[in-house]
Ligand binder design. Structure first.
Ligand SMILES: O=C(O)c1ccccc1N[C@@H]1O[C@H](COP(=O)(O)O)[C@@H](O)[C@H]1O
Length: 225
């Protein structure tokens, strides 16, 4: 099965158009002022309008307050909220009631015990997202281009609906998919020429690698039967 692919941290028409033309199922906009990918809600709304209906629009926030979220939801009309901070299960319930939107809850992972943190969110978050822990000194909870030991995810129950992220790129996404059989992947830094600058050549290379991984997994499965 083809994985969902989210290209995150988009800021230009060129990058949005290429991501969706290559088959991105989700595109993400970052609303976090410290990020080189931060975008104003009005500008994100215009980019979202170019591809609405062709890819799901994801608004990524970090412990955002309700006033900021009101503006983001109003201007961007996202299909999902991605919460990349320390939002509690109660906060997710409040936001679901307020906006009626499905929520992707991000967790940072270094070791298997980190996965236990999803338990209170099961049945509340619509999808989980696993990212690496930020390196020391980083101001960003995500978007650091750092990966974690993907084999940790093999211990998860098969019905946990998650997106794999953190340091994915054209060189490593095939291995990540083979090791985890993730049904959804998310990339930001790995398709950039510099922090916050998406590169259409790298977007192409990423999708080429995902397609190649799909072909190789399919042939492996038919060898096994
Ligand atoms: O990309 C950012 O700047 C960012 C800022 C704040 C929260 C999340 C952010 N990005 C998310 O980080 C992951 C992985 O990114 P990368 O591929 O390792 O660069 C991805 O989920 C982005 O949504």
């Amino acid at each position: 099965m083809k994985p969902d692919v989210k290209i995150c941290g988009l800021k230009s028409e060129e990058a949005v158009d290429r991501a969706v033309a290559r088959g991105a199922t989700h595109i993400g906009f970052i609303f976090f002022p410290k990020s080189p990918r931060n975008i104003e809600p009005a500008a994100a709304g215009e980019l979202a309008d170019r591809v609405r209906g062709h890819a799901k629009i994801v608004a990524v926030t970090v412990d955002a307050d309700t006033d900021d979220l009101d503006e983001i939801v109003d201007q961007v009309k996202p299909d999902y909220l991605q919460l990349h901070g320390n939002e509690s299960p109660e906060r997710l319930l409040t936001l679901k009631a307020l906006y009626g939107l499905p929520i992707i809850k991000a967790f940072s992972v270094r070791e298997a015990s980190d996965l236990e943190r999803i338990e209170p969110y099961i049945g509340i978050a619509d999808r989980f997202l696993f990212d690496a822990k930020p390196p020391k000194g980083s101001d960003l909870p995500g978007g650091n281009g750092v990966s974690f030991d993907w084999t940790i995810l093999q211990s998860l129950d098969a019905d946990v609906n998650y997106m794999l992220s953190g340091g994915l790129n054209a060189e490593n996404v095939g291995e990540a998919l083979a090791l985890t059989r993730a049904r959804a992947i998310d990339v930001s830094s790995g398709v950039e020429s510099a922090p916050g600058i998406k590169d259409v050549g790298l977007i192409d290379a990423f999708f080429d690698a995902v397609e190649k991984a799909g072909a190789s997994n399919r042939s492996q499965r038919s060898d096994e039967t």
